[in-house]
Design a protein around this ligand. Sequence first.
Ligand code: NAP
Length: 250
Amino acid sequence: MNLADKVAIVTGSGRGIGKAIALKLAAAGANVVINDVGDPAVADGVAAEIKALGRQSLAITADVSSPAEVTAMIDKTLAAFGKVDILVNNAGITRDQLLLRMSDDDWDKVLTIDLKSVFLCTRAVLRPMLKARWGRIISLSSIVGIVGNAGQANYSSAKAGIIGFTRSIAKEVASRGITANAVAPGFIDTEMTRRLTEEQRQTASKQIPVGYLGSPDDVATAIVFLASEEARYITGQVLNVDGGLAGAWM
Ligand code: NAP
């Protein structure tokens, strides 16, 4: 896959799956904007790794659930690179709790950071993509957005929402050279899943048909493909990257 001269924004790319996506897009030739919300040194570190690959990179601290911060992030990207070709909506959080114990804040935080952010970032990049008549919008859903999961009513609602959003905007922009797809990972070995107990991880591994947790690179590989010119005829789809888990759960 050749992404030479493409400009990509990967939200939540200071660590985990987002970092792997940013590095793989850069390895394929793209210049990449790194975003996260915490310590700026973390995003700067990923940007330095990308520059070491011979690509350009910019680290932007921004809360993707804030309309003003998203607008500023896209403006900075356009000022630095003049365009946005690829948006990867990756930033996300969990606040797991059984429904009777789930607070309003647990619900609002997850829906705002995991779903509203996808609307905000996508809307903000759409105008430059429409002008260029080329674009790739790829959003991180989850298999729990397809099959559901006890203790994750907030998270699975957000991730299911991403699928509806993706299928709708895919139809809105299909005639303009822009594709929109979702990737639905299963259990991937990152800080998000390291919060599970060892017992929960063992149980998960046993349920996964291939027998092990996925790596961030497994997800990143699928995203580089969907970002490529070769994937131009694929839009409005959900690609599970889950070692067969969703099929086993359904
Ligand atoms: P992770 O290790 O927890 O990393 C999440 C990233 O998102 C961090 O860089 C974090 O930045 C950033 N972030 C959080 N809130 C943000 C905000 N408001 N604005 C900007 N950035 C923000 O998560 P991950 O496991 O790599 O997951 C990445 C994506 O894949 C998420 O959407 C997740 O739901 C999805 N996913 C993961 C799995 C899995 O098994 N890991 C499975 C299915 C789907 P800071 O470090 O600065 O907080």
